[in-house]
Design a protein around this ligand. Sequence first.
Ligand SMILES: NC(=O)C1=CN([C@@H]2O[C@H](COP(=O)(O)OP(=O)(O)OC[C@H]3O[C@@H](n4cnc5c(N)ncnc54)[C@H](O)[C@@H]3O)[C@@H](O)[C@H]2O)C=CC1
Ligand SMILES: O=C(O)[C@H]1O[C@H](OP(=O)(O)OP(=O)(O)OC[C@H]2O[C@@H](n3ccc(=O)[nH]c3=O)[C@H](O)[C@@H]2O)[C@H](O)[C@@H](O)[C@@H]1O
Length: 443
Amino acid sequence: MKIAVVGTGYVGLVTGTCFAETGNQVTCVDIDERKVQKLINGIIPIYEPGLDVLFNRNTAEGRLKFTTSLAEGIEGAEVIFLALPTPPGEDGSADLKYILKVAGDLGQLLKEYAVIVDKSTVPVGTAEKVHDYISLGAQVEFDVVSNPEFLREGVAIEDFMKPDRVVIGTKSERAKAVMSKLYAPLVRQGNPVIFMDERSAEMTKYAANAFLAVKISFMNEIANLCEKAGANVDDIRKGIGTDSRIGKRFLFAGIGYGGSCFPKDVQALAKTAQEYAYDFQILKSVMDVNAKQKTKLLPIINQHFNGDLKGKTIAVWGLAFKPYTDDIREAPALENIQALLDAGAKVTAYDPEAMDNVKNVFGNKITYAHTSYAALDDADALVIMTEWPMFRTPEFNKMNLLLKNKVIFDGRNLYELDQMNELGYTYYSVGRETISQAVEQAV
Ligand SMILES: NC(=O)C1=CN([C@@H]2O[C@H](COP(=O)(O)OP(=O)(O)OC[C@H]3O[C@@H](n4cnc5c(N)ncnc54)[C@H](O)[C@@H]3O)[C@@H](O)[C@H]2O)C=CC1
Ligand SMILES: O=C(O)[C@H]1O[C@H](OP(=O)(O)OP(=O)(O)OC[C@H]2O[C@@H](n3ccc(=O)[nH]c3=O)[C@H](O)[C@@H]2O)[C@H](O)[C@@H](O)[C@@H]1O
């Protein structure tokens, strides 16, 4: 099948590459000329494990192409994916300007029937808006389908090629047939394609992300309570996660969720609720809890240094919003580093993939270490912000020699409490030890 993907960000690039891998002829379109030129030259602008292999194979075999011309990209395409940004507008609702601009352009350009697919995360009612915008100029028949994307950064290829489910929102039998054919190679893995109407598909995406954010924030609140009550959140996680009604995943307490999606999508769903005059109380709490959780370690760090961070060197391990990505959008590390700098501390940071992106934010205000151990050299303490696997089993002997003080503030609960005790570390983590009264007051 010939398909077009408009927008070659994270989702567009993965969508285009994976559909090329399943035998389709794919043209990806982007207005960013530099990005398109890079892609034509074989340079992938994001870090995503496994993407390079598929990208190289499909570009070499001519199934995956790139252009800045929408007209050229959609020529002969049976399916046109819109994988465009939907950032929060000023009021928190999803800004549809990118989607509606392309919809308007498509109306002028469509020459034959095509299925236009909203792959972006868009609020309820967007498929209807897209339909209206295309209709303004279109001389041919077309359908607009909502097909939200559930991939996670870092495991995007696996998620795309073996999806838990594919959600397709359309009432058109013709569009259903086209989409079924396109997804057939993925469905053969035994995963369901769930058809529904457009509005329900749009809402499904927000409900999924918001529910996962609820799960994380709930566990973060349990963790905070554990600290007061002297319980261990890791044990609670195991104790409840084994109940199949609850499930094991997304129960990890820490310093809150970040990334380009949970924060913006929870906010956008709250805004949608507001538009429909519905008081969605849980969402408001989730946003509140997460905002507080992201900086949870700061008062503890402050208290440890008796309220004086001036001149202290703090090593930071992990800058990306989660492991296996170089994405730093809404990463807890950013807010924490800024607060440490504001308090007069010096920061030496290390992340295996996200350093270049962080350089664009902090420039020379912080020091960038070449290795995780180099970051520890003469540091007064280590703060862990992202659970990269390499941080899980470090050589503590080496760390002991480098760190000025054996102090770790761990926002991702990477180490066992007993182990840290034995090693003689002052070890602060999340939801596993009673924190002192003074810190509680500061929190
Ligand atoms: N990043 C993720 O892991 C996931 C994102 N989503 C959703 O997918 C959508 C896209 O997200 P990302 O790929 O992260 O966005 P992104 O911001 O990384 O990429 C969007 C791309 O669209 C291009 N673009 C903007 N206007 C254009 C136009 N008129 N014509 C052609 N290209 C244009 C931009 O240059 C950019 O390359 C969002 O709605 C997001 O919520 C959904 C699931 C996962
Ligand atoms: O709509 C999207 O863009 C995507 O958003 C998330 O994917 P992603 O943002 O890539 O990352 P996640 O793995 O979901 O992690 C999000 C954040 O939650 C945090 N998290 C996750 C799990 C957990 O147990 N605890 C926890 O704090 C992570 O550290 C991270 O900051 C969803 O998992 C995807 O299904 C969805 O497609």
